[in-house]
Design a protein around this ligand. Structure first.
Ligand code: HEM
Length: 140
């Protein structure tokens, strides 16, 4: 598979995962701990963890196509001219990190944490930049 074909395939997968992550995030935000169509809230959080982690992994592969080895990513990030792309990456970084932190009380004790709410708001900001990212005037 050529680099161009791989890039195109990843972009299609990313669109699907963006939609799934958005649905899952809105669901958790609205439900406030309640089950949905017979699916327990805990199961919905697990679905969210799997879908959004997959999203971050595929997005990292998408970045690697343009930026190559992870060792050079900080330099490439600092050289970015488009401020929107910097915000996009920054919001994803903190969303991913806070996601891992809030996942721990869930795995251990089924608890909602205050940080969970903050993580959700950061996640929505990341998603807004994700929707803007493919638009021509924001691309960078
Ligand atoms: C990819 C971007 C992500 C977005 C847009 C996102 C968005 C959200 C939203 C909106 C909520 C609901 C917050 C609330 O109840 O007020 C949430 C909860 C949660 N997220 Fe994410 N998330 C993302 C990534 C992740 C990742 C990577 C993980 C874990 C590895 C994760 C783990 C969790 C957990 C455990 C909760 C429940 C927290 C709680 O209720 O205390 N999220 N997320």
């Amino acid at each position: 598979m050529t680099k161009r074909e791989k890039s195109k395939r990843l972009k299609i997968i990313l669109v699907v995962l963006t939609i799934l992550t958005t649905i899952s995030s809105i669901q958790l935000e609205i439900l406030h701990g309640e089950p949905f169509m017979g699916i327990s809230f805990k199961a919905l959080v697990w679905i969210h963890i799997v879908v959004s982690s997959l999203f971050i992994v595929v997005a990292s592969n998408h970045i690697a196509i343009y930026w190559g080895d992870i060792k050079g990513w900080i330099t490439r990030f600092n050289k970015l001219k488009k401020r929107h792309t910097k915000w996009l990456i920054s919001f994803f970084l903190v969303t991913g990190l806070t996601g891992i932190i809030v996942a721990l009380p869930f795995i251990i004790g089924d608890n909602h944490s205050t940080l969970g709410g903050i993580h959700g708001k950061l996640g929505f900001a990341a998603l807004i930049f994700t929707f803007l990212h493919p638009m021509k005037r924001f691309r960078g």
